[in-house]
Ligand binder design. Sequence first.
Ligand SMILES: NC(=O)c1ccc[n+]([C@@H]2O[C@H](COP(=O)([O-])OP(=O)(O)OC[C@H]3O[C@@H](n4cnc5c(N)ncnc54)[C@H](OP(=O)(O)O)[C@@H]3O)[C@@H](O)[C@H]2O)c1
Length: 403
Amino acid sequence: MLDWIQLHFARRPMWMNALMLFCLYMAFIYSPFDLFVKPVAVDEEVWFGVRFHGSAAKLLAVPHWAIYAAGAYGFWQLRSWMWPWASIYAGQVAIAFFVWPLLYVGGFGGFVSAIVGGGLFALLTRRLWNTREFFQGDQAPLAERYGGGTAVVTGASAGIGAAFARALAEHGLDLLLVARRKERLDELAGALEKQHGVSVSVAALDLAAPAGQQALIDATEDLDVSMLVNNAGVGYSGRFDGQDPERLFALVQLNCAAPLALTAALLPRLRERGRGAVIFTGSVAGKQPLPLHAAYAASKAFDNLLGEALWGELQGTGVDVLVLEPGTTDTEFQDVAGEIPHSGQTADEVVETALRSLGHRPSVVSGWFAWLRTNAGTRLLPRSWLVLVAKRVMERQTPDHLR
Ligand SMILES: NC(=O)c1ccc[n+]([C@@H]2O[C@H](COP(=O)([O-])OP(=O)(O)OC[C@H]3O[C@@H](n4cnc5c(N)ncnc54)[C@H](OP(=O)(O)O)[C@@H]3O)[C@@H](O)[C@H]2O)c1
């Protein structure tokens, strides 16, 4: 029972679970009381901030009841009609919270209350407006969608890979976690097994070496792999003519050759299974050339394009492909790449975006700021300007001795 509850609450973010519980309360406790127990003489309803009394209020309590019942059902079942319906209703509440204190409280207190109450519900309205993809897809736990099996997650000892591991375990998938730092993998595996009751194995391998890539392929032989997350990757900051060629080749091996080799080995098995998924952690860095991060940007362009092309090839096979394109994310990446620290989204936010988009589109940029910056640059600027603007941005993130 507890497992069932956990699995179903894992289908939506916490704030949405809270809204769902509120709708349940309104539908099953407050509204029936309001409609059937409260005397007509004292009944009161507010729509768009306007107060109604007596029989008018009783009558208007009926649509309120229906709306909260529909909301509870829609959030629970993640019905597609919840978008834009839920957002529009929240907009009505925002107007009500703005208008009501101005009409009935007045003065400075009424004004402050209108701004705070109306503002908070305006934020909720915006949040619900951004849930279109969430409500349009199959949000069943991934273990259900892909018929159980094991998710292979590379780069799982830190950052985005570790966040993928946590999220996929929550979705009920068994895991094979891959990276070089075995202690970290063991620690995460133990915690996930304990917390989610899934089976987690680890493979401590260097995926920048072809032998490591092959060892991982061999390690998957006896597993029913249902998902591959090609996530391990490194950056290498600095002027290209000052960089160590060996490190550049290792970067290309890890960022490009490893996902290529692993996908080539596992995809036929996923197709044969008839359902499964491959995720590539690409990057917004792969959307345009990046002076002072030249090889990294080129390697991520490879991931972005490989994944998007496979999405096209695999339509109708039951195998979903997604390229996740994060902007700046707070992980160990900048430290490893040698960049000046700058902050962005959390790894959990990035992974939430990916799992919401999986099965609905070929790629997703995580975060509105990254989306805006990338699209404004690549769609509006001439190529030469784009490269020079990117260079200015990268100069601010690159220590003097590497420029
Ligand atoms: N953070 C960002 O701002 C950002 C933005 C866009 C895209 N990305 C992409 O996101 C992915 C994950 O990066 P992250 O931000 O989570 O960075 P991170 O915190 O540094 O994690 C990188 C992961 O890759 C593993 N890894 C590195 N070299 C490896 C090797 N030779 N063999 C096997 N595993 C190796 C690391 O584990 P070990 O060191 O234990 O091997 C670690 O688990 C990368 O593909 C990166 O390009 C990151």
